[in-house]
Design a protein. Sequence first.
Length: 87
Amino acid sequence: MKYEYKVIGFTAQIKQKDIGNDAPEKAAGQLEALFEDMASQGWELQGQYVFNVEIKAGCLMGLLNIFNMGSANQTVAIDQLVFRKPV
């Protein structure tokens, strides 16, 4: 069977006042809403993956890095949700 894939970044949006209170429930609710929306379009969750992304230093930062005054390229990890549906 062939599949079509969709990759989506997900970051829950909570307020400062929610931290320590119901932040986990609010984040879970947002994730559930995304899953329900994707499922209604025929997508099923394949998995959650972490990918490294290299952020290249701009011209000025690259120049400053020569003189040990700036920052070099950075690598950050991003979480991605992968969905699939039959085609």
